[in-house]
Design a protein around this ligand. Structure first.
Ligand SMILES: Nc1ncnc2c1ncn2[C@@H]1O[C@H](COP(=O)(O)OP(=O)(O)OP(=O)(O)O)[C@@H](O)[C@H]1O
Ligand SMILES: [Mg+2]
Length: 444
């Protein structure tokens, strides 16, 4: 049905007749109030809207009406500025009065065609939505390399360690490994190792026997039993205590474990995937992460690249998020060229998670404007890296290594602007070793 909203009764009748002759079902109303009543009963395929109505200004209702169907506005002859305003407000097309028959048909035909394209677009966006919420987007070489590792390792029972900065998508990768594995039909259990206290964590993971601690009034199965046949994802593995590290090593090596307070060795058929954004190697050096567990976990590593190394993926992902957000709010949105350039230039310390937040916010603050500009992204440029100064150590005669070490450390230790962590970072060693060296040279 094509809805004709025109207060000139003669013109209204004429338009309805022309549309009917052209094969459309048309319905005419004289006022916006009547149009609203029709809209509660029926959803027109298109609407012809007069810009001047007795009970409203046509322009002001365009945004509302176009949510329902494509809108073609009728303007007085020569009132081109009205037409432009209407198009800006979201009308698909305009017709100047007096309306010629073939022009009317053409305009309505175009409007309907566009509406059907939009419907198809919606279908596509629906699909996209499920991709955005579940699947990983990207085709850059760095990203493809990482996903190819997933394809390689998923079909096996190999333990996988996923590394990468915060927000790069490690959780999605873990899930992808499970989904592409023969265990996909069984359970996938994710445990955040950073949120639970050590003893609670142990009972969560391995279960407990009755009476094993105060409050343990029943025997409880651990997640490794719950996930039998499936996958256990140990998120933030860098946070687990020494006790749990030992137990994890055991289950990884032998496939057996004991419930808290239990004496029987139990067997679990689970595949482990672990992830962390910490530098485990450094933790091993510092003595806070067991070397044997690290070697066991790191036999197969998937390094998820930071977003800044994924080139145009930044835009592809951003576009998907924009479309997804805009679709939910039922407004057309796109990223302007300047905004795209800014996205590409930014360093993304928070990676995909940050990109998602930036885009969601931009869609909100851009209001009715279709194009998202660079200002709406609210990106702050990268803080400039501290100037690298040349660094010289002077000796009267060729020094021994020991002497270099001592002079260098004395120099660093004399700088009041450096914390021990800063010193460790400059030296490229752990804080613990920094501490040791300082003690050795009696510098602390
Ligand atoms: N390639 C991608 N395509 C689409 N969305 C992605 C992609 N990678 C990550 N995301 C989304 O980015 C967000 C952060 O991802 P995720 O939680 O997996 O990061 P993480 O590496 O586990 O971060 P953290 O170390 O902070 O736990 C999630 O909303 C996720 O859906
Ligand atoms: Mg995570």
């Amino acid at each position: 049905m094509v809805l004709v909203i025109e207060d000139d009764a003669t013109l209204n009748r004429l338009l309805v007749r022309q549309l009917t002759q052209a094969g459309y079902v048309a319905r005419g109303v004289l006022r916006w109030k009547d149009a609203q009543r029709v809209l509660t009963e029926e959803e027109p395929a298109a609407a012809l809207l007069d810009m001047r109505l007795p009970d409203t200004d046509g322009l002001s209702v365009v945004p509302q009406l176009r949510e329902v169907c494509p809108v073609v506005v009728l303007t007085a002859y020569g009132a081109i500025e009205h037409a432009v305003k209407a198009l800006r407000a979201g009308a698909t097309d305009y017709l100047a009065k007096p309306v010629r028959g073939e022009e009317l048909e053409l305009a309505i035909g175009r409007a309907l065609e566009r509406a059907s394209l939009q419907r198809d677009g919606m279908f596509w966006k629906d699909q996209l939505q499920s991709i955005v919420s579940g699947r990983m987007i990207g085709s850059s070489p760095a990203f493809r390399h990482a996903t190819s590792l997933v394809d390689m390792v998923a079909p096996t029972d190999q333990t996988v360690l996923i590394l990468g900065e915060s927000g790069v998508g490690k959780e999605l990768f873990a899930r992808a490994i499970h989904d592409a594995s023969p265990r996909a039909a069984s359970k996938y259990v994710a445990i955040d190792c950073s949120t639970l206290q050590a003893n609670l964590f142990e009972s969560e993971l391995f279960g407990h026997e009755r009476g094993s601690f105060t409050g343990a009034d029943r025997r409880k199965e651990g997640l490794v039993e719950v996930a039998d046949g499936g996958t256990v994802f140990l998120d933030e593995i860098g946070e687990v205590s020494a006790t749990i590290q030992a137990k994890l090593l055991r289950i990884l090596e032998t496939g057996t474990f004991r419930r808290l307070g239990g004496t029987k060795d139990l067997r679990a058929d689970v595949r482990f995937v672990a992830a962390t954004n910490r530098d485990l190697q450094e933790m091993v050096k510092a003595g806070t992460f067991r070397a044997d567990l690290y070697y066991r976990l790191s036999r197969f590593v998937v390094d998820v690249p930071p977003l800044r190394d994924r080139g145009d993926d930044i835009i592809t992902i951003a576009d998907c998020f924009v479309t997804d957000r805009a679709f939910r709010r039922n407004v057309p949105k796109r990223l302007g060229p300047e905004a795209k350039r800014a996205l590409l230039a930014y360093h993304w310390p928070g990676n995909v998670r940050e990109l998602k937040n930036v885009v969601e916010r931009a869609v909100l603050v851009s209001g009715d404007r279709e194009t998202i500009g660079v200002g709406e992204l609210g990106l702050t440029p990268e803080p400039r890296a501290p100037e690298t100064k040349s660094f010289r150590l002077e000796f009267d005669s060729p020094p021994t290594l020991e002497e270099i070490e001592k002079v260098y450390l004395t120099r660093l230790a004399g700088r009041s602007d450096l914390s021990r962590a800063d010193m460790a970072a400059i030296l490229g060693i752990s804080e613990r070793n920094t501490y040791r060296l300082l003690a050795k040279h009696k510098l602390r």
